[in-house]
Design a protein around this ligand. Structure first.
Ligand code: SF4
Ligand code: SF4
Length: 303
C-alpha cells in the first residue's frame, strides 16, 4: 500500500470513545517489541513523546495516524474541535488507521448521536468529510479490535508490505473470512443442531441464540483472544462487532421466518441455505443426540 516508511512515528488520537481499543492494545503479549520499533508521539495510555495538549496545538510530523472513537464534528478537547485535529494530522500522515468499529463505522455512539460517524462510513453509507484520504486509510473494526490486528497491520506498514483491502478498507488477510470459520462448534452447525446452553461447549448458537458469526467478517476463531479463546468457543454468540450494522438489536436471539433464520450465512442464497439445512436436519446424528459433557463437568472441582 505504501513504500517502506523512513521513520515510524505514530500518533494515536481518541475521539468519542470508551478507550477500549487503547486498552486492547495493552493486552498484546509482544507490546514491548512494538514499542522498540515505533515511537508514539501520543497514545492515551502508553509512554509518549508529547502531551495531548501539545499535539492539539501543534502539527508534528508523523507517519501513521491511528484514530479511535466516533467522529462528532462538535466534539472539542481543550477548546479545539477534534475533527479539525484529525483533519490536520490525517493530511500529514502517510497511513491512517481506524482502530475499532466506532472510528470505522460510527459504532455504538452513532446510535444515540446522529452527528457521530466513522472516518469514511456511517454504518454502510459512505461519508464525504475525509474522502481525500480514502486511498491511505485502513479500517480495523472490532469492539474492541483484536490487539494482534493492530500489531500486525503496523508491522506490515513498517515493512512496506502490500495490504489487500476489501470494500470497507479492511485488510482481507484478517477480514476476508467469517468469524464462523474456525469455531469449534462447526460440526453442530453442519447438522443444524442447536441444543446450546450459555457458557457450555456444545451446540451451534446460530440455530437459536443469534450467533452472527456466519455473516461477520473477522479472525476471532483463528487469531484467538489472549491466545486461548474466542466468544463462540467459550459459549457466547458472536454479536457481529466488526460489521457496519453493529450494534444490532435483539442480540442472542435468532430471528426466524417459518422456522428459517432470517439472515443467511454470508454469500449463501437463502434458497440454497434452506435446501441444505433441510437435508442436514433430516439426518439423526446419534453422537450429538445426547449431551457429551455432564453439566459443569469441565469446570467443577472434584471433591
Ligand atoms: S456457534 Fe456461531 S461461530 Fe460457532 S459454528 Fe455456530 S454459527 Fe458458527
Ligand atoms: S466473536 Fe464476534 S462479537 Fe466477538 S469480538 Fe469477534 S467479531 Fe466481535
Amino acid at each position: 500500500m505504501v513504500e517502506k516508511l523512513q521513520q515510524n512515528r505514530i500518533l494515536w488520537l481518541s475521539s468519542l470513545t470508551c478507550n477500549g481499543n487503547s486498552h486492547s492494545l495493552l493486552n498484546h503479549p509482544n507490546l514491548d517489541l512494538l514499542l522498540q520499533n515505533i515511537q508514539f508521539l501520543y497514545h492515551p495510555l502508553l509512554p509518549s513523546r508529547y502531551r495531548l495538549k501539545e499535539v492539539i496545538q501543534n502539527s508534528y510530523e508523523c507517519e501513521i495516524l491511528v484514530i479511535e472513537g466516533s467522529i462528532d464534528p462538535t466534539l472539542k478537547i481543550n477548546g479545539v474541535k477534534m475533527i479539525d485535529v484529525i483533519t490536520r494530522y490525517s493530511s500529514i500522515a502517510e497511513v491512517v488507521i481506524t482502530a475499532g468499529t466506532c472510528s470505522t463505522f460510527g459504532g455504538i455512539f452513532s446510535r444515540s448521536n446522529e452527528k457521530a460517524s466513522g472516518l469514511h462510513f456511517r454504518e454502510e453509507k459512505r461519508t464525504e468529510d475525509f474522502k481525500n484520504i480514502w486511498q491511505k486509510s485502513i479500517s480495523l473494526p472490532g469492539c474492541p479490535v483484536h490487539p494482534d490486528l493492530i500489531f500486525k497491520t503496523i508491522q506490515m506498514i513498517l515493512k512496506g508490505l502490500y495490504i489487500d483491502l476489501d470494500e470497507c478498507r479492511r485488510p482481507k488477510i484478517f477480514y476476508g473470512w467469517t468469524v464462523h470459520d474456525g469455531c469449534n462448534r462447526n460440526e453442530y452447525y453442519e447438522y443444524k443442531i442447536g441444543h446450546h446452553r450459555f457458557g457450555e461447549m456444545e451446540g451451534c448458537m446460530f440455530i437459536d441464540h443469534g450467533c452472527r458469526a456466519p455473516f461477520t467478517r473477522g479472525s476471532c476463531n483463528k487469531i484467538l483472544w489472549n491466545g486461548i479463546n474466542s466468544k463462540t468457543r467459550a459459549g457466547q454468540p458472536c454479536s457481529g462487532c466488526t460489521e457496519p450494522d453493529f450494534p444490532a438489536f435483539n442480540l442472542w436471539e435468532t430471528k426466524k421466518h417459518m422456522g428459517i433464520p432470517a439472515h443467511a450465512p454470508l454469500g449463501v442464497p437463502k434458497r440454497a441455505y434452506i435446501s441444505i439445512a433441510g437435508v442436514a436436519k433430516a439426518f439423526k446424528i446419534e453422537r450429538f443426540e445426547k449431551r457429551i459433557l455432564k453439566k459443569g463437568s469441565a469446570v467443577e472441582k472434584k471433591h
